[in-house]
Design a protein around this ligand. Structure first.
Ligand SMILES: Nc1nc2c(ncn2[C@@H]2O[C@H](COP(=O)(O)OP(=O)(O)O)[C@@H](O)[C@H]2O)c(=O)[nH]1
Ligand SMILES: [Mg+2]
Length: 174
């Protein structure tokens, strides 16, 4: 399940992944649930409306959630602050013991080159992920030509959901 402030790019990311194309013209508020499959495993990707008023609606879909993806846009400081103040609190309300894994995602990485210093740094993103206990911190861009980082996120989500995730150890496989 994908959570984060409005306009951080949740719907665009889901569409980019499922349709291999960034939605240039128009992004719907809520992308319908999309099932991705690998072997016997099926995973339902669930978009959410970011607005606070939709909390009750979100809580309903939390029930069967196996992985949370918390998103902020790297050019939007408020969306970064709200990860801790709103979205993390919301998942902890549902999952007080923190049994459900979550990934922290910084979106719109392509904007860093143009917006420069106004952006949240990779270091700050990683620090927040560590502080909150996220499985990993990932930066990505749905809009860049190579859809930088997008498939990596979905592979990670799939592995977490199916119990195939191996925590990155000290040795790196080259
Ligand atoms: N530059 C850039 N813009 C993006 C990216 N992803 C989404 N956007 C834009 O951000 C706006 C909000 O995206 P949307 O998916 O509707 O956000 P949501 O409210 O979180 O679902 C739209 O205008 C998108 O085109 C990205 O990776 N890079
Ligand atoms: Mg949306």
């Amino acid at each position: 399940m994908f959570l984060g402030d409005g306009t951080v790019g949740k719907s665009a990311l889901l569409l980019t992944y499922t349709q291999q194309q960034f939605p240039e013209a128009y992004t719907p508020t809520l992308v319908p649930g999309e099932i991705i499959a690998e072997g016997k495993n099926r995973l339902l990707l669930t978009d959410t409306p970011g607005q606070k008023e939709y909390k009750r609606l979100r809580m309903l879909s939390f029930k069967n959630t196996t992985v949370f993806v918390l998103l902020f846009a790297i050019d939007n400081k408020m969306s970064f602050d709200n990860v801790e103040d709103d979205w993390f609190k919301e998942i902890r309300e549902h999952d007080p013991e923190g049994k459900i894994p979550f990934v922290l995602v910084g979106t719109k990485k392509d904007v860093r080159e143009s917006a420069g210093e106004a952006c949240i740094s990779a270091k700050d993103g990683q620090a927040l992920a560590t502080k909150l206990g996220a499985v990993e911190y990932i930066e990505l861009s749905a809009k860049s030509a190579d859809r930088d980082g997008v498939s990596g996120l979905f592979t990670l989500v799939f592995n977490l959901a199916t119990g195939n995730y191996k925590k990155k150890g000290k040795c790196t496989i080259l």
